[in-house]
Design a protein around this ligand. Structure first.
Ligand SMILES: [Zn+2]
Ligand SMILES: [Zn+2]
Length: 326
């Protein structure tokens, strides 16, 4: 494949690893509207800067939408490229600190080419420096499962009793932060998935059971990571008054109707869309302190379709990471 060229403000990155996300399957299956076609998938990219395009107003240009200045990169630096690839900086959402909702946002591996490739280009302002304690394989799942999971987790505010529905990649990572911050964790898996329930308990969950079960105590918040609509009313019924259900996925099957009494008493349902750069800064600051441990299974780039199929079939025991260059 021809090497892409770094345009203005962009980095040319030699890809080292790229983790596989459920969103990649939603894109492949045509469940998300208007992807770039043809498209290179992949939005949890770790690589090294090979070339730097002409910068906007000098590389030190401060970025008011981020807590820090825009990150600067030198040739050879390790770089993390997430889902949020570009925003206009100008719409009402961007101007109010909600660039994750930007009207004109572009997304890596969806509306711009991603990291299932030897090289990719990325706008440097949306890239991250990654914590040194992780190698390129370990750190890749943090870039989406971790980051967007973290945004979902932050939406639960100070919830003491936290339920996680769907105990996959994102839940594994967020559970570690939740326990580190003293939350009481309740893990919900597919009914009868005793192995995953056991894994959740080993990670420190106070309780683990099937998504058809009620927890022993009412929850202050629940995050739904599975793309299964009927879990929304199920989670709502498990909430205490004033509790919140956060839907952490980009796609979900239809939500069945439910009686108003289940929402009454100030219960809330919300979704989480994308990420802001500020989420990333916070997340990569906290992960090495916990430290959040990632669980990975590596595949060669040529085995990308195998990895996707194994993901689809629920046959992966950890996050699939494509190992592209050593
Ligand atoms: Zn915008
Ligand atoms: Zn993702």
């Amino acid at each position: 494949m021809a090497k892409p060229k770094a345009g203005k403000g962009q980095l040319l990155v030699r890809v080292s690893t790229c983790a596989v996300c459920r969103t990649d399957l939603h894109v492949v299956d045509g469940e998300l509207p208007d992807p770039k076609l043809p498209l290179i998938l992949g939005h949890q990219i770790v690589g090294r800067v090979e070339e730097i395009g002409e910068m906007w107003d000098g590389p030190q240009r401060p970025d008011s939408r981020s807590t820090k200045g825009a990150p600067t990169f030198a040739i050879g630096d390790r770089v993390g490229i997430p889902w949020l690839g570009w925003t206009d900086g100008d719409c009402s959402y961007c101007r109010s600190g909600r660039e994750n909702l930007c009207d004109n946002a572009r997304f890596t591996g969806y509306t711009i080419d991603g990291g299932y490739a030897d090289f990719t280009v990325a706008d440097s302002r949306y890239c991250f420096h990654l914590p040194e304690r992780y190698d390129d394989v370990q750190v890749a799942p943090l870039l989406c499962a971790g980051l967007i999971g973290y945004r979902s987790y932050r939406k639960t505010g100070g919830a003491r009793r936290l339920g996680l529905y769907g105990f996959g990649n994102a839940a594994h990572l967020i559970a570690q932060i939740a326990i580190y911050e003293g939350r009481e964790l309740f893990a919900f898996t597919r009914p009868d998935d005793k192995a995953t329930q056991q894994a959740a308990k080993e990670l420190g969950a106070a309780w683990a059971g099937g998504s058809d079960e009620m927890p022993p105590e009412k929850l202050d918040a629940a995050i739904i990571f599975a793309s299964v609509g009927p879990l929304v009313p199920a989670a709502l019924r498990a909430l205490a008054k004033g509790g919140i259900v956060v839907c952490g996925g980009i796609h979900m099957t239809d939500i069945p109707s439910f009686p108003y009494v289940d929402l009454w008493e100030e219960r809330v349902i919300t979704s989480v869309a994308n990420l802001t750069r500020r989420d990333g800064e916070e997340f990569f600051e906290i992960t090495p302190r916990v430290p959040v441990h990632t669980y990975t299974e590596t595949f060669a780039l040529e085995q990308a379709n195998t990895a996707l199929e194994q993901f689809r079939g629920g046959k992966l025991s950890a996050t699939a990471v494509l190992r592209i260059t050593e």
